[in-house]
Write a protein that binds this ligand. Structure first.
Ligand SMILES: Nc1nc2c(ncn2[C@@H]2O[C@H](COP(=O)(O)OP(=O)(O)OP(=O)(O)O)[C@@H](O)[C@H]2O)c(=O)[nH]1
Length: 241
């Protein structure tokens, strides 16, 4: 672009055509838990908007992405659907944990063992140096199977409180069903869960804007309080509220 010598014209053309398009931020969220708890179904539900007709055990890791807009900012939510089976994890495990922004622990409310194994998943995170600053949430999946519940809300909530995580109970299959088995209109609970994580990350990680060289580089927090926590999620404070 030619500089006409007039600062007014210069800044006008900067804003209209020469500024690079705003970068899309990517939030990497890993989803972990025992095999069969529904990690693939939950991530597919959020990214493709439906329950998959058929799933197979994940080998290594699958990525699913979805572009969302929060308060006018486009954000790419990248979900890493990790294998629950030990034999399919080994070679990949150290890659999952690089540059992770948030962790979603999943258990199956109809499978007590998947709940009992949560400490092992938390320990794996610790061993891979995931600090407390990385937001975590706990998701009890398969709430549509109310006749087969093995993990009650109370015990799950106690666990979540002990580990300072919000708890969400949901169903990837029928995502309008909430933890009490009720249905709330057309709201999609799985959607709300991942969007809550994205809001949380966005409020934690201010958008860094590049500044003209005559001004000190700065950090501009464009976030507003978008903490739309779901039922039972009470472990996250919102610093901007
Ligand atoms: N009823 C019901 N079934 C579900 C739900 N979510 C998953 N499933 C079923 O549970 C089984 C396992 O689901 P996956 O999503 O493949 O489980 P995963 O945790 O990804 O398993 P790995 O890839 O082995 O780690 C499949 O048969 C799904 O159809 C749910 O919310 N309700």
């Amino acid at each position: 672009m030619a500089d006409s010598g007039s600062s007014g014209e210069f800044s006008a053309s900067l804003t209209s055509s020469t500024l690079p398009p705003p970068r899309t931020r990517i939030f990497k969220i890993i989803v972990i838990g025992d095999s069969g708890v529904g990690k693939t179904c939950l991530t597919y539900r959020f990214c493709a908007g439906k329950f998959p007709e058929k799933t197979e055990a994940t080998i290594g890791v699958d990525f699913r992405e979805r572009l969302v807009e929060i308060d006018g900012e486009k954000i790419k939510i990248q979900l890493w659907d990790t294998a629950g089976q030990e034999r399919f994890r080994k070679s990949m495990v150290q890659h999952y944990y690089r540059n992770v922004h948030a962790v979603v622990f999943v258990y199956d409310i109809t499978n007590a063992a998947s709940f009992r194994n949560l400490p092992a998943w938390i320990e794996e995170c610790r061993q891979h140096a995931l600090g407390n600053e990385v937001p975590r949430i706990l998701v009890g999946n398969k709430c549509d199977l109310q006749d087969s519940v093995q993990v009650g809300t109370e015990v799950a909530q106690q666990f979540a409180d002990t580990h300072s995580m919000p708890l969400f109970e949901t169903s990837a299959k029928n995502s309008n069903i909430l933890k009490d088995g009720s249905s709330r209109g057309s709201s999609d609970h799985v959607e709300a869960i991942f969007m809550t994580v994205a809001h949380k990350l966005r409020s934690q990680k201010p958008l860094v804007l590049s500044q003209p060289s005559d001004r000190a580089g700065g950090t501009v927090n464009l976030s507003s309080c978008g903490d739309s926590r779901g039922e039972g999620a009470r472990s996250w404070g919102c610093s901007s509220c």
